[in-house]
Ligand binder design. Sequence first.
Ligand SMILES: Cc1cc2nc3c(=O)[nH]c(=O)nc-3n(C[C@H](O)[C@H](O)[C@H](O)COP(=O)(O)OP(=O)(O)OC[C@H]3O[C@@H](n4cnc5c(N)ncnc54)[C@H](O)[C@@H]3O)c2cc1C
Length: 302
Amino acid sequence: MIEGPRSLRAIFAERLQEQVPLAPYTSARIGGPADWLLIVRSAEELEMAVSAAWQEGIPFTLLGGGSNVLISDKGIRGLVILNRAAQVRFIEEAPLRVWAESGAGLSQVAQRAASRGYGGLEWAATVPGTIGGAVYGNAGAFGGDMAHSLLLAHLVTPQGRLSWNAQEFGYGYRTSRLKRKEVQAVVLSAELLLEPSTPQQVRQRIAAFSQRRKTTQPPGASMGSMFKNPPGDYAGRLIEAAGLKGLRVGNVEVSPIHANFFVNHGEARAADVRALIELVQERVRQTFGVELELEIELLGEW
Ligand SMILES: Cc1cc2nc3c(=O)[nH]c(=O)nc-3n(C[C@H](O)[C@H](O)[C@H](O)COP(=O)(O)OP(=O)(O)OC[C@H]3O[C@@H](n4cnc5c(N)ncnc54)[C@H](O)[C@@H]3O)c2cc1C
């Protein structure tokens, strides 16, 4: 373990917790402890925490909804910052938009827009995770994605603050300059474009997407899609065609409902998920000559 983060202790006192299991903070319910865990509740706190960590040279990992990561069984060394900054404000002037702190739930923001009769974020209403995670990874569904919804994101970097539009993120399919590690930055808040509509119309579109998800994706603890779709194909189709639905390592299973989802049936270990990832990659490579690339990120000490 590295030496304690002194300036963070001075700012956050006993809110800086030690040796905290991270599994409860992930959608897959998997992952060992963080050396230190700090839960921030506003964009100001998030900025203070990451700036102090950068200044002190403390390695840190930021977690939003923990819905696109696999945390190792040994856990994460250094500091984990859990982002619960969740203020949301609708800006009812042109362009119609919503400003949200980066720890706000993406689906909650979309649902709140729906109750006001604002569309544009229907695609996001069933996507787990936070605004920050979605901006980072260019989350998308049902034909929409962050690349098309983002007006402006407010970031902090080791050199200070920045505001970026969608173009500046260099978005691609489930990727960005941040995810490619081309820049070191944390999303503090974001402004997303809305369209005037009616609550009834927006809710109807969301209900249709929600229904499609229920019939095509498994319930239970998972990380969503494990692999990116290779160009011109679907990872789920390839895994299914390789006969791998239902394949298990320990308590993790390739879902019989959607082969690109791995489901934790209880107390699964990250090592089991990793072994299943490698097994699936190998079998798809052997059968189709296709290299499946992970969509999720592996975090922590492996
Ligand atoms: C059941 C299920 C269904 C899913 N369906 C979809 C889908 O339809 N479409 C889709 O795109 N994804 C889907 N996902 C994946 C996931 O919901 C998205 O990737 C989501 O955007 C991740 O957000 P998060 O807050 O959970 O990020 P986390 O998993 O907490 O973090 C992911 C990465 O983002 C970084 N990050 C988080 N917040 C910030 C920030 N504020 N600033 C900088 N970096 C940050 C983290 O450091 C980490 O590297 C699904 C997941 C599940 C479990």
